[in-house]
Design a protein around this ligand. Structure first.
Ligand code: FMN
Length: 209
């Protein structure tokens, strides 16, 4: 079957940035996602400034989409706290896991994140001792337990110098391509599940670089 005939996949981007006024990377990615077809973007800190998350609403959002994306700056090797709170409250027993907890089964899951550290710092013998993929294992296992297919991650390293190094447009181009391929269902899933970083994966860069 021609890939163009595959039905469009709906994408939910859950964006979490506690201080967007100082963001150089995530805000442009957030805006790009908003402009993309088949993508719903939720600004969690804008919607829940007091952390009072509407669990039913968030669960309905999950049910209505095929692909779930977390978009965030890496904070202490993890997500910003509201995104953790979102997981703690929304991914309930009986909904996301456990008895009859199959709401997320078969969906795809991607972490899209920026890290201040450079890629070489995220190596066994580097400053952070672990690769980003290793550090994100709690999220990977969350995807496993809830029956989602874990892709990626899509990671931007050295985020604090991306602007002065004129890298932001290339990062945005790859991000838009990822969203487009997820929506069109044309992403090479074998490559996307095994790569260390979708931003460097031929499944994304093949037709850009
Ligand atoms: C509280 C806090 C914790 C951070 N922790 C990390 C970290 O663990 N690893 C890292 O590489 N960068 C870390 N950073 C840097 C952020 O990831 C970086 O500022 C962000 O990716 C920049 O994205 P933005 O321009 O959209 O804000 C941290 C920054 C803050 C403010």
């Amino acid at each position: 079957m021609d890939s163009k005939q595959l039905p469009a996949q709906s994408i939910l981007v859950l964006y979490a940035h506690p201080s967007p006024s100082r963001s150089e990377i995530n805000v442009p990615l957030f805006r790009d996602a908003k402009a993309q077809r088949h993508v719903s973007v939720i600004d969690l800190y804008a919607e829940y400034p007091d952390f009072n998350i509407d669990i039913d609403k968030e669960q309905q959002r999950l049910l209505a989409h095929d692909v779930i994306v977390f978009l965030f700056p890496l904070y202490w090797y993890s997500t910003p706290s509201l995104l953790k709170e979102w997981q703690d409250l929304v991914l309930e027993y009986g909904f996301a896991y456990g008895d009859n907890g199959t709401a997320l089964k078969g969906k795809r899951f991607v972490c899209a994140l920026s890290a201040g550290g450079r890629e070489e710092a995220y190596q066994t013998d580097g400053y952070n001792h672990f690769s980003l993929k290793q550090l994100l294992q709690p999220l990977e296992q969350m995807a496993n337990v809830t029956g989602m297919l874990y892709l990626g991650p899509f990671a931007i390293f050295g985020s604090r110098t991306a602007r002065e190094e004129h890298r932001i447009n290339l990062h945005r181009q790859k991000w838009r391509r990822l969203l487009q391929k997820l929506a069109d269902n044309t992403l090479n899933i074998v490559e996307a599940t095994h790569c260390e970083n979708l931003a460097d994966c031929p499944c994304i860069t093949g037709d850009i670089l």
